[in-house]
Write a protein that binds this ligand. Structure first.
Ligand code: BEZ
Length: 209
């Protein structure tokens, strides 16, 4: 069965380009952006790895560790990283899991046989410091992911946790947020002393810093 939001992210021990990791220990107190790729030395994957490396300071700012995965060996990954750095003008420093025997890809349901029997699709798992899966996204092999969206959803999740709010369609950091319907107006007066704009009793917007 596939993994769901709210599940504990399955633990595993695996070689990576930064040495062997045991996933839960490696997570520590960080959030994780765990993302899979079909194969090394492929064009879309190369741009995605490069983009993640270029955004390394943004991931640090969000207390989030990127962890890549593809179903090749550490040696192949290390050669590929040289290419990524050369072609994407970056310095890739995050680990890439070497999942040559598909152990983790199977555990995380990253192989979708209708797309490929052997290579992983573009799965995304955002995992919080409690090791809970907070978001999943799955892209086909032919479509590169939008990294602004990945950072945006991490921001939305972290802002939601901090202020106990939800975020509206197309929310961007700094934008108005939603008071969840489970919060009564009486509770909201304590929780949101800055007040709110009540468009409908179930649709209340407020601002958080
Ligand atoms: C790519 O990364 O470019 C790619 C990999 C597998 C299938 C299609 C595209």
């Amino acid at each position: 069965m596939s993994l769901r939001i709210g599940d504990t992210a399955p633990n595993f021990t695996i070689p990576t380009t930064k040495g062997e990791i045991t996933f839960h220990d490696w997570i520590g107190d960080s959030w994780v952006f765990f993302f899979s790729h079909p194969a090394d030395f492929t064009p879309v994957c190369t741009t995605e790895m490069g983009r993640t490396a270029q955004l390394s300071q943004e991931f640090i700012n969000h207390n989030t560790k990127p962890l890549g995965l593809s179903t090749d060996t550490v040696e192949e990954h290390i050669k590929w990283i040289d290419d990524v750095n050369d072609t994407q003008d970056t310095d890739l420093a995050f680990p890439i899991v070497a999942d040559a025997d598909h152990k983790v890809a199977q555990l995380y349901d990253m192989i979708h046989p209708g797309e490929s029997e052997t290579a992983a699709v573009r799965s995304v798992f955002i995992i919080d410091p409690n090791k809970r899966i907070r978001l999943t996204m799955t892209y086909p092999m032919s479509v590169g992911r939008n990294f602004d969206e990945i950072l945006r959803v991490i921001d939305a999740l972290q802002t939601g946790d901090k202020y106990k709010i939800a975020t509206p369609a197309d929310w961007l950091p700094g934008g108005k947020v939603i008071i969840p319907p489970s919060v009564t107006n009486e509770q909201a007066r304590t929780q949101f002393p800055q007040g709110w704009d009540e468009v409908r009793p179930y649709l209340r917007f407020t601002e958080v810093k």
